[in-house]
Design a protein around this ligand. Structure first.
Ligand SMILES: N[C@@H](CCC(=O)N[C@@H](CS)C(=O)NCC(=O)O)C(=O)O
Length: 243
């Protein structure tokens, strides 16, 4: 059952988790509004979402935290053009791949984008909504804040060669999965494709990851297929993480 009211996506615009939700909304053709936060918005976020994380969605009087739960909610509320496979086995595969993207690929993103050669673009992305004093305050701190998160998880403690070798292995695994099949799971686009493509889009903003992804031609073609269905038509390559 759909609703007359538009869902409102509260987000850090550049977050791959927000991108994952936006892509589902675009694919399903659901009109939505957004509220964008900057790094200085944490207190505002906490007032609505006690977990103090974004994205979260507000719809018909409900607040739904976490991109994975938002997509389950959207799937129930707008069942047309399904993204969670009806078949239980395929649905389990899609869920595991989505979780791998969120909980593993994401930390490659944090780690690689905090490296000095990539950090100017990271800072620009994370400060999209922060102006004036806040911008000046956060600017020099961002690479260290992000590197600390990656360090806490463990990926950030690895040397650069190991991180590059591991992410290349993941890119090659994705490449293998989409050589014989158009989609990661079953015969249709699913939340698995959207979650992994959203992480690839931000990883593209680290030069080493971009270079290693270029060695996976089937992955690149698969990304084009996913992007064609889940991003506004004509989105330029450098805007794909933001629309
Ligand atoms: N599992 C969550 C992850 C969301 C998440 O980690 N969001 C980050 C931004 S990319 C955040 O809110 N970080 C702020 C913080 O941890 O304080 C989801 O899928 O929505």
């Amino acid at each position: 059952m759909s609703s007359l009211h538009k869902p409102i996506l509260h987000q850090y615009q550049v977050s791959p988790f927000a991108a994952k939700v936006r892509r589902c909304l675009y694919y399903k053709g659901i009109p939505f509004d957004t509220v964008n936060y900057g790094l200085s918005g944490v207190r505002k976020i906490k007032k609505i979402n006690p977990r103090a994380k974004a994205p979260f969605m507000v719809h018909d009087g409900f607040m739904i935290p976490d991109s994975t739960d938002i997509i389950v909610y959207l799937e129930k509320t707008y069942p047309e053009k399904r993204l969670i496979p009806a078949d239980a086995r395929l649905s389990a595969q899609a869920s595991i791949i989505e979780d791998w993207a969120d909980e593993s690929l994401y930390f490659f993103d944090l780690t690689m984008r905090s490296w000095p050669n990539n950090s100017a673009l990271l800072v620009e992305d994370l400060l999209l909504e922060d102006k004036g004093v806040m911008r000046k305050l956060f600017q020099p701190l961002i690479p260290r804040i992000i590197a600390r998160q990656a360090h806490g998880q463990g990926m950030g403690r690895k040397d650069r060669d190991s991180v590059c070798r591991e992410i290349e292995g993941h890119f090659q695994s994705i490449d293998t999965l989409v050589q014989e099949s158009a989609w990661l799971v079953g015969e249709h686009l699913s939340v698995a494709d959207i979650a992994v493509a959203s992480m690839c889009t931000v990883l593209d903003r680290a030069e080493e990851a971009q270079r290693l992804m270029a060695r996976a031609p089937a992955l690149l073609e698969w990304r084009e297929r996913v992007d064609a269905l889940t991003l506004p038509q004509g989105t330029p390559a450098d805007q794909r993480a933001l629309v």
